[in-house]
Design a protein around this ligand. Structure first.
Ligand code: G3P
Length: 270
């Protein structure tokens, strides 16, 4: 069994991009709890703290999604990798969402302000804690490993994450993706049973099919801008799924599914 065997063969899949990101602060436990049952699988991003703890956060810096600026001990550019997990636990990763209302979900009545205010402070989740939570449901999840090329953890980040997946007995429920395709090879060096996926933005690599076959990925994750029917069908013909990010309009989702896409990553769950 592998990640893709969790789903019926022809099922089109809705992926909760960073959790239920339009109604909860992204990549928080509250966003993941909300995404359960409203998606086919969840997508999250993982980076490492100064002391090597795998934490769930999209940006390399803390500014956009926490109240870091309120604390004197944190300094610009507020890089995740410059602080220990203990330090990061002081921050609130939920309140910015109420202030910014990034998808106008509060303004438009999609979610009630009081409902969000009633939530506890959202601390930065560790990958370990999120996988423990998802294990209770055997809920599939796409773990995107951030590119840590210019950090001291470039050579070890993949092993750290594979260990956490194995320790949580989630090998069959985790799909590992990365824009850094070298990391994908490393995943398979450690454990060939973990499914991997190549993320791509801007333009497709040369000799795409050859490259994907060589990487032994079962899926390709291009950004919406560079995905079209030809691409999807060419990849389907060689047995590779296309999973496209980030698609928030129903019409677009329908078109992509009709074109043969397997999954779409969306911020807007129903
Ligand atoms: O994994 C799909 C998508 O999340 C990749 O783009 O920029 O959100 O990490 P980004």
């Amino acid at each position: 069994m592998g990640f893709w065997e969790n789903f019926k063969k022809d099922k089109k899949l809705i992926v909760a991009h960073r959790g239920a990101r339009s109604i909860r602060a992204e990549n928080t436990m509250s966003a993941f709890k909300e995404a359960i049952k409203k998606s086919d699988f969840i997508e999250l991003d993982v980076g490492l703290t100064k002391d090597g703890v795998a934490v769930v956060i999209h940006d390399n810096t803390l500014e956009r999604t926490s109240n870091v600026k309120e604390f004197a001990e944190f300094k610009k550019p507020y890089r995740v990798i410059d602080y220990t997990y203990k330090q990061l636990q002081k921050l609130d990763f939920g309140s910015w969402f109420l202030e910014e209302d990034p998808f106008e979900s509060i303004k438009n009545g999609v979610v009630k302000l009081e409902e969000l205010q009633a939530l506890k402070i959202q601390r930065i989740p560790t990958l370990n804690n999120v996988l423990k939570f998802l294990k209770k449901y055997n809920y599939p999840v796409n773990v995107e490993i951030k590119d840590l090329t210019r950090t001291k953890y470039n050579k070890t980040v993949v092993k750290t994450i594979v260990d956490i997946i194995e320790d949580n007995v989630m090998v069959n429920y985790v799909l590992v993706s990365s824009f850094n395709h070298k990391y994908l090879r490393q995943v398979h060096k450690h454990n060939t049973s973990i499914d991997i996926a190549a993320l791509q933005e801007n333009e497709h690599p040369k000799d795409l099919v050859k490259r994907l076959k060589r990487l032994r990925v079962r899926s390709y994750h291009p950004e919406f801008r560079i995905a079209d029917t030809d691409l999807i069908q060419n990849l389907n013909n060689v047995g590779i799924f296309t999973n496209i990010y980030t698609v928030n309009e129903d019409d677009d989702i329908e078109k992509l599914f009709n074109a043969g896409a397997k999954s779409v990553f969306t911020d807007k769950l129903k």
